[in-house]
Design a protein around this ligand. Structure first.
Ligand SMILES: *Cc1c(COP(=O)(O)O)cnc(C)c1O
Length: 852
């Protein structure tokens, strides 16, 4: 039909008694409070689905009639009032004792910077794991009532939504968002005026609008360059998450890092702790240094001051994954700011230098040099990161350098199925929500009768199968698949009979995650899938980055398998992976599969989400599973490190995966008792829930950050500030002195070097050192005592510090230790000398060490 199609939305008028629905729709607390969401979707399930679970849009489109009916519906109004009272109580809570121990809400504020935040599917400013993690961090910070503020970007188009066409190709769709549809409002100043800040983009001023989003107790500030004051190119800077080219990338990172610091200042906030979540936000270090230089500090002292209360969390286990900007680009954007920073070009570039960034500025290197607290996101990844980043502390053994680890956790109220939450409420009372850090408490999972446990999961699975079926039908109808074929694709998606072993694999498609590992022996896999007495379904979903063609190819390969007769209907490939589909799958399949190439899965979190729901993990021992697996709570595939040929590794791991499926997973699931369920399966599933809930939830993670990093960072800051930044200046000067003296420092032993002593006797250790201008107080001499492990490694048991005994005229300083060994028999010791300053955040921060 010809003619323009005009849109019209007939908006309902909210009755007075339902007015506060508006308030609920504008607080992202709805993203983790299912009771709040239920108020909306109960009004109109279909509309809720069609508007992408977006409460704000929902409230604009819901029929007046429905709203009026609800206002007169006693049951609805009771629930509404109950939800509001819970909501109000949540907002009235004040800081908890375990936070007050470490931070003072009146003084302290943690500012958390990240390029993406994944709080809810209705708010598409995330792409995958990093964003969801940041969202979970915010949610836990709110639940713990931490003094906390988050900073990110408000993308006009966000990340793409995905469809998969009839050939199995991923199609990326970008939808411009109307900010009026999102739970955001312009940040306003005291006079009610919108807050704008600006940043310099190679000589041009780019204006940024500051938006705020409320998520329970905390606020996210989001930056947006799409303003009429900016020219067309600059308006596009914040269009797409991870979109555009390297030039867009540096501009976005300037917006986030520099604009972000200015936005907090303009809003009137004064963070005392700064957390950089992944290197994208590291330019905040330069901006904070610039501010300190403007207060009269030289750059080195400014960097000491800034780094002292900065935490950097790294997520990328391969050098190629880090942002590197070539020097020409850096000069274009930072050349004019050198003076304000008190830096020359070489010194600026040196802040971003790393062994693998020749000619380029590495954002991870900047983040490492501009922070004093750094961590990887699992034990394995912490080790990988400390080796990869060891160049910052060249003389320190990587296992002792300042890169620590805090393992990621997931937000339980978001990812635990409502049905489990209800069951916990019933059995344990609402107080279970305050027991997330209590491992003892979760042993009560065993008190749930096996048969109710099994049937609760079966009903979750039935709902999921119905949803998957709807999605498959929708996807294939759109692609023009015949109804007869669609019928075959959904024939095993049987919500009325959920007794089918269901394996899920859903996450970002990236080649290192090896989504097709399961298909390395398709004949064997087909045999497992086609046993009529032991039914099994495989469900795949995930997005590939639009530039990652090999990952998109993996989607096609899975699509091709799914059309083969032997896999038809048993291998399901779903499009449109997002938080909503993730929640559905991680709560409801039976087995969660993960097959990363060790050690590339920094942490991974989808398996944690599955595990807390009693979905059993079958995964390579990498990332979080390396410490989550305890032998009883899932299955482990033995990882092969980079020393193995990749074809060999894939073959071995694929074989083990199929072996585990065939010999353990399937038999266990179908080993039924007289009541029709598998007792051993329930046992394993319960083991998963009770071992993982208290250890891999985001409250535990945030508390680890509070104790290990936020609290010490806050103290370091106070120390640096005192007496007109005396400590910052002192440490900067001390480092300078160290850099000059250290190359000529030497030390040697002057004792007898005895290899045998008698029990009860001391070993007299004597060391002399030429400190080349350093004071004896500037160094420590340390003896490490230990034994040798089976593979000839030195395992340290004790350490002892030598006493300085004075310096003679020739400039040699004597150090003395009379060592009384704790161990009998054969043992080993080592002696080393390293710089010491009481104000360092980590004893090896200097990066220098000499072994004797
Ligand atoms: C949890 C989650 C991820 C991360 O999954 P991994 O298995 O850790 O890669 C990615 N996307 C969504 C939507 C998620 O919910």
């Amino acid at each position: 039909m010809p003619g323009t199609r005009y849109t019209l939305e007939v908006q309902p008028v909210l009755p007075e008694r339902l007015k506060r629905l508006k308030e609920l729709a504008n607080d992202l607390l709805y993203s983790w409070d299912r009771e709040v969401r239920a108020l909306f979707f109960r009004l109109d399930r279909e509309l809720w689905e069609s508007c992408g679970h977006n409460p704000k849009v929902f409230l604009r489109r819901v029929a007046q009639k429905r709203i009026n009916e609800a206002a007169e519906d006693r049951v609805f109004m009771e629930d509404y009032n109950r939800v509001l009272s819970v909501y109000d109580t949540y907002h009235q809570e004040t800081a908890r004792a375990d936070i007050l121990q470490h931070l003072d809400p009146k003084e302290d504020l943690v500012a958390y910077f990240c390029a993406e935040f994944g709080l809810h599917e209705s708010f598409q400013i995330y792409s995958g794991g990093l964003g969801i993690l940041a969202g979970d961090h915010c949610k836990a910070a709110s639940d713990l009532n931490l003094p906390f503020v988050a900073v990110g970007m408000l993308y006009r188009q966000g990340y793409f939504t995905q469809t998969i066409d009839a050939r199995g190709s991923q199609v990326a769709h970008y939808h411009p968002m109307h900010f009026a549809d999102l739970p955001v409002d312009p940040a306003l100043d005291a006079n009610g005026k919108e807050i704008h800040v600006d940043v310099d983009m190679s000589g041009k001023r780019v204006i940024l609008k500051v938006w705020k989003a409320k998520a329970g107790h905390i606020t996210l500030y989001l930056l947006d360059s799409d303003l009429p004051e900016n020219d067309e190119a600059d308006r596009r800077i914040t269009y797409q998450l991870y979109g555009g080219d390297i030039n867009t990338r540096i501009q976005q990172e300037i917006v986030l890092g520099i604009g972000g610091v200015r936005a907090l200042g303009a809003v009137g906030l004064k963070p005392t702790v700064w957390h950089i979540n992944e290197g994208h936000a590291a330019f905040q270090i330069l901006e904070r240094c610039r501010e300190a230089v403007a207060q009269g500090l030289d750059f080195d002292s400014a960097l000491e001051l800034v780094a002292a209360n900065t935490i950097f969390t790294t997520h990328t286990p391969v050098p190629a994954g880090h942002d590197i900007f070539d020097y020409a680009l850096m000069e274009r954007y930072f050349g004019s700011q050198l003076k304000a920073l008190g830096l020359d070009k070489e010194k600026l570039f040196s802040l971003g230098s790393s062994p693998d960034s020749q000619g380029g500025f590495n954002m991870t290197a900047l983040a490492l040099r501009g922070s004093r607290f750094r961590n990887g996101v699992s034990r394995i990844h912490g080790g990988v990161a400390s080796r990869m980043d060891a160049y910052i502390w060249p003389q320190i053994p990587p296992e002792e350098n300042p890169v620590g680890c805090i393992t990621n956790g997931v937000h339980v109220p978001t990812f635990l199925a409502r049905e489990w939450a209800n069951l916990f409420d019933m059995r344990f009372g609402g107080g279970w929500r305050n027991e997330l850090l209590n491992e003892e408490f979760w042993k009560h999972i065993d008190d749930i009768p096996d048969h109710s446990y099994w049937s609760l999961h079966q009903s979750l699975k039935a709902e999921m199968l119905a949803e998957v079926k709807r999605r498959v039908i929708h996807q294939h109808r759109r692609n023009g698949t015949s109804e007869a074929l669609i019928e075959r694709y959904v024939q095993y998606l049987t919500p009325h009979d959920a007794d089918v072993l269901t394996v899920g694999f859903a996450r970002r498609f990236a080649t290192y995650k090896r989504a097709t590992l399961l298909f390395s022996d398709p004949v064997r896999l087909a045999r497992l899938l086609n046993d009529p007495k032991r039914r099994m379904l495989l469900i795949f979903a995930g997005k590939a980055h639009p530039h990652d063609l090999p990952a998109q190819r993996l989607i096609e390969v899975i699509h091709e398998y799914s059309r083969r007769p032997e896999f038809e209907g048993k291998l399901i490939l779903l499009e449109g992976y997002d938080l909503s589909l993730a929640r559905k799958l991680v709560t409801s399949v039976d087995v969660w599969l993960n097959t990363p190439e060790y050690p590339l899965e920094a942490s991974g979190t989808s398996g944690e989400k599955a595990g807390i729901n009693g979905v059993i993990n079958l995964s390579v021992l990498d990332g979080w599973w390396g410490e989550g697996y305890n032998g009883e709570n899932g299955w482990a595939i033995t990882p092969h490190g980079a020393q193995y040929d990749s074809a060999y590794r894939d073959r071995e791991e694929a074989q083990e995966l199929l072996d585990i499926m065939e010999k353990q997973v399937i038999p266990l699931y179908y080993h039924r008792n007289g009541h029709g369920y598998s007792e051993q399966w329930v046992k394993k599933s319960k083991n998963s829930m009770k071992s993982l809930i208290p250890r891999f939830n985001s409250q535990r993670m945030v508390m680890d950050y509070v104790r290990n990093y936020y609290a010490p960072a806050k103290r370091q800051r106070l120390m640096m500030l005192g007496n007109n930044f005396a400590r910052a200046k002192e440490i900067a000067a001390w480092r300078k002195r160290l850099d000059q003296s250290w190359p000529k420092v030497s030390a040697w032993r002057v004792d007898d070097g005895l290899a045998e002593i008698r029990s009860g006797e001391a070993l007299a250790l004597r060391v002399k050192a030429r400190l080349n201008g350093l004071h004896p107080d500037d160094v420590l001499v340390e003896c490490l005592v230990g034994y040798e492990s089976d593979n000839n490694e030195f395992i340290r048991l004790d350490s002892h510090i030598f006493a300085a005994e004075g310096t003679d005229e020739s400039g040699e300083t004597r150090f003395k230790l009379d060592l009384y060994p704790r161990l009998p028999g054969l043992q080993y010791y080592k002696i080393r000398l390293f710089p010491f300053h009481p104000a360092l955040s980590h004893r090896f921060e200097s990066g220098y060490m000499i072994w004797l």
